[in-house]
Write a protein that binds this ligand. Structure first.
Ligand code: UDP
Length: 362
């Protein structure tokens, strides 16, 4: 089989790493990077650290409005689909790259396999929700990271083409979680100078559109973290760099360590060694869960309901008082509860592609 994998953003590189390795044992993979994330620390580092092969195509398309980005990507992906004539298009998650690739493939009648199918926030104001729903509806094979996703897919009449495989993000976490220890970490502050990781810290990530369209959400998060009894480490997404620096300076937050985005091995090392995690990232919520760390998610919707048990992951409004209160909730960890599979989802994904090749059509 020839599989065209399309990736473009940080979480997709991470999910694609174990799957790509598995595909290449028996099949041909053509890798297309849309260029949605492009800096070394948002893109290349993941290819290096996780041994992802160099993309066969890099469209270098980033920036612009949602429509500009999606439209430009569709044109580039269509050309590659026509040149390569793959048996499958394989896409992950919910970014503009996911949607653009799916739309281009559907029009050319190339079967689409969507990994992480069936996630729903039920908020059409959430840009990723539009990408998820549309991609699921034009895909031929829907591979679910958790069994709970079947309920959503059933409601939308998509059950017949859905299969639970587990979460490739969990595969990656298991494979790489012990690669680094805190003493190995070399992280840089936003001024380029080396930062020392304190012995005890909280881990923060924040980048979603809902929390970055003005200063207020990030400032409230900073306010809450600044009064914690241990420092907070925040690898700043490029989208927030100027804002984060300005807010920390203006409000004299002394308990927040701003650093450049880190690689995947560094990030899961920081999650695993943190005290608590505060995030708006779907991936980091799950990694906190994998590592047994208390997580507060600053969003007004649930992205991974499976993590919201026994106080392990709690939603918070973007207000300092709410975040502080939610951080105090004690969690109870039952290590036998693992809704994200057994760390072998990559093998199952390839098996499902093989099983349904020549069988499922749009
Ligand atoms: N991550 C990383 N470096 C960072 C911050 C996050 O490697 O500086 C990792 C994180 O551990 C997780 C993934 O990036 O594996 C999550 O990506 P992101 O938050 O960009 O997207 P989302 O999961 O919200 O779609």
């Amino acid at each position: 089989m020839k599989i065209l994998t399309v990736v473009g953003a940080r979480p997709q590189f991470i999910k694609a790493a174990p799957v790509s390795r598995q595909i290449r044992k028996k099949h041909q993979e053509v890798l297309l990077h849309t260029g949605q994330h492009f800096d070394d620390n948002m893109s290349d580092v993941f290819f290096r650290e996780m041994g992802i092969p160099k993309p066969d195509y890099n469209l270098g398309m980033s920036g612009g409005t949602h429509a500009q980005m999606t439209g430009k990507m569709m044109i580039g992906i269509e050309e590659v689909l026509e040149a390569e004539k793959p048996d499958w298009l394989l896409v992950y998650g919910d970014t503009n790259s996911t949607l653009a690739a799916a739309l281009a493939a559907a029009k050319l009648h190339v079967p689409i396999c969507h990994v992480e199918a069936g996630c729903r926030t039920h908020r059409m104001t959430n840009p990723e929700e539009i990408n998820r729903v549309c991609t699921d509806h034009i895909s031929s094979l829907l591979l679910m990271s958790t069994r709970g996703a079947i309920e959503e897919l059933e409601k939308e009449g998509l059950k017949e083409k859905s299969v639970f495989v587990g979460d490739p993000m969990y595969d990656a976490f298991i494979e790489y979680k012990d690669c680094l220890s805190v003493s190995d970490l070399e992280v840089r502050g936003l001024d380029g100078k080396k930062e020392t990781i304190p012995s005890s810290f909280n881990y923060l990530t924040c980048h979603r559109e809902e929390n970055t369209f003005d200063d207020s959400a990030l400032n409230e998060i900073f306010k809450a973290m600044d009064v914690q009894d241990i420092p907070t480490i925040y690898p700043v997404h490029p989208r927030n760099k100027e804002r984060a620096l300005r807010l920390v300076k203006k409000n004299n937050y002394r308990n927040i360590i701003l650093i450049e985005p880190v690689g995947y091995l560094e990030s899961i090392c920081l999650v695993s060694n943190s005290n608590k995690v505060v995030t708006d990232s779907g991936g980091v919520q799950r990694e906190a869960f994998f590592a047994g760390k208390k997580c507060v998610t600053v969003l007004d919707f649930v992205s991974w309901p499976e993590t919201m048990v026994c106080g392990r992951n709690t939603l918070s409004k973007p207000y300092a008082s709410d975040i502080e209160q939610k951080l105090k909730i004690q969690q109870k960890v039952d290590s036998s509860y693992m809704p994200f599979g057994d760390g072998k989802s990559a093998e199952r994904i390839v098996k499902e592609l093989e099983t349904h090749s020549n069988e499922i059509y749009l």
